[in-house]
Design a protein around this ligand. Structure first.
Ligand SMILES: *Cc1c(COP(=O)(O)O)cnc(C)c1O
Length: 360
C-alpha cells in the first residue's frame, strides 16, 4: 500500500505494523476462527490482551502496579470532563485554562461544584502556557490540559502542585514525552490522538486517592470505583480499540520506550520549528513562547489566507493530508504524533522550503 503523509489531528496516524496486526485480528483472532470483534470480552483470549495492556502501560510510564489502576472506558475524553469532578470535586477544584478542551473541562466542572480558573491564556488567544498561578490550599485537585491540540501549546514539564492532587487531560500528547508521571494522581487520554482508534479512553489513577476520596454513591457507570472493582469489565468495553492500544504499546516498547519516543518527537518537531525561526515573516508560528511549542501539533500562519489555502491544496497533491488548522483558529496545523514517520516530516519541510521560495 502507498501510505499518505498523515498530519490529521485525530483520529490520527498509527504505526503501520499495528494496522497490519489489527487487520489480521479482525479477520481471524489468534487462529480461533473468529474475529476479535466476535469474541466475548470475558473470554480468556481477550483477558490476556487487556491484562497485558494494563501492565505494559504502567511499565512504559514507570508507575508501580501496587499504586495505580489502569482503566479502559468508553465515552471519550469528554466524558472524563464530567467524571473527574463527579468523583472528586467535593469542595472546590482548580483549573488552568489553556485552550478549547480546557474550557470544555471547566464547563463540566462548574455544573458539579465550585470551580476556580486559577490561570488562563484566553486573552492572548492561548498562545502560551500560563505558569504564574496560586493553587487554592486544600483544593480537591488541580486540572491541566498537557497539550493543546488546537492551539499547539504543550506543558513540557508538569507543574508541582504540592499536597493538591494533579489531574491531567493527556489526550493529545499521551506517551509522547518521558514525564515523571508519578506527579499526577489521575491521567486520562482519549486513544485516538496517539495510541489507538476512537472509542476507548484510558484512565490511570492513584489507588490511594480513589480509595480515600472518590465518590462511593451515585450513578454506577460514572464512578471510578465501579470500573476498578470490575477491572474495566463492568459493562462491555470497546474490545477492538483496546486491542489496537495493546499493539501500539508493544510498538512503543519495541522503539525503546519513552526515552526513544521523546527523542524522536523532539527531532521531528525541530525540523519544522527551525523553519519558523529561519523565515519568521513567512512561517508565523502561532505559539509565542518557544518552550511552550507542542511536539505534537505544530500551528502556524502564512502571510495571507489565500497563501494558506494554496499551501494546503498543493500539499494535498503530494499526499500530505490533514494540514488545515482547526476551524476555531484557522491557519495550518501539522499533527506529528508518535507514529508519524520522520520521512513524512522531512517531506513536509522540503515542501515548505520550496513553497517559501516560490511564494515569498
Ligand atoms: C480530542 C481531545 C479531547 C476530546 O476527546 P474525545 O475523545 O473526542 O472526547 C479532549 N482533550 C484533548 C486535549 C483533546 O485533544
Amino acid at each position: 500500500m502507498n501510505r499518505a503523509h498523515n498530519f490529521y489531528a485525530g483520529p490520527a496516524v498509527l504505526p503501520f505494523e499495528v494496522i497490519e496486526e489489527t487487520r489480521d485480528a479482525v479477520y481471524d483472532f489468534n487462529n480461533l476462527g473468529v474475529s476479535i470483534m466476535e469474541i466475548s470480552h470475558r473470554d480468556k483470549a481477550f483477558d490476556v490482551v487487556i491484562q497485558e495492556a494494563q501492565s505494559d502501560l504502567l511499565n512504559i510510564m514507570k508507575l508501580p502496579k501496587e499504586e495505580y489502576y489502569v482503566l479502559f472506558l468508553g465515552g471519550g475524553a469528554s466524558t472524563q470532563f464530567a467524571m473527574v469532578p463527579y468523583n472528586f470535586l467535593l469542595n472546590e477544584a482548580d483549573y488552568i485554562e489553556t485552550g478549547y478542551w480546557s474550557e470544555r473541562a471547566v464547563k463540566e466542572a462548574k455544573i458539579t461544584g465550585k470551580t476556580n480558573v486559577i490561570a488562563t491564556a484566553k486573552e492572548t488567544n492561548f498562545n502560551h502556557i500560563p505558569k504564574n498561578f496560586n493553587i487554592t490550599p486544600n483544593a480537591d485537585y488541580v486540572h491541566i490540559t498537557s497539550n493543546n491540540t488546537i492551539y499547539g501549546t504543550e506543558w513540557k514539564k508538569w507543574p508541582e502542585t504540592g499536597n493538591v492532587p494533579l489531574v491531567v487531560d493527556h489526550s493529545s500528547d499521551f506517551l509522547a514525552l518521558n514525564h515523571n508521571f508519578s506527579k499526577a494522581s489521575l491521567i486520562y487520554a482519549g486513544a485516538q490522538k496517539n495510541v489507538g482508534p476512537a472509542g476507548v479512553t484510558i484512565v490511570i489513577v492513584k489507588k490511594s486517592w480513589v480509595e480515600e476520596k472518590s465518590r462511593k454513591e451515585g450513578y454506577t457507570m460514572l464512578k471510578y470505583k465501579t470500573h476498578i472493582d470490575k477491572e474495566s469489565l463492568y459493562n462491555t468495553p470497546p474490545v477492538l480499540p483496546i486491542y489496537v492500544v495493546h499493539r501500539t504499546l508493544k510498538w512503543i516498547i519495541k522503539q525503546g520506550g519513552l526515552e526513544a519516543i521523546e527523542a524522536n518527537n523532539i527531532k521531528k518537531a525541530s525540523l519544522i520549528y527551525d523553519l519558523f525561526d529561519a523565515y519568521p515573516e513567512f512561517f508565523v508560528g502561532a505559539v509565542k513562547v518557544k518552550e511552550d511549542r507542542s511536539l505534537m501539533n505544530v500551528t502556524w500562519n502564512l502571510p495571507t489566507p489565500e497563501l494558506e489555502s494554496k499551501f494546503i491544496d498543493e500539499a494535498k497533491k503530494l499526499k500530505m493530508l490533514g494540514l488545515k488548522g482547526h476551524r476555531a483558529v484557522g491557519g495550518i496545523r501539522a499533527s506529528i504524533y508518535n507514529a508519524c514517520p520522520l520521512s513524512s516530516v522531512e517531506a513536509l519541510t522540503k515542501f515548505m522550503e520550496e513553497f517559501h521560495k516560490n511564494n515569498k
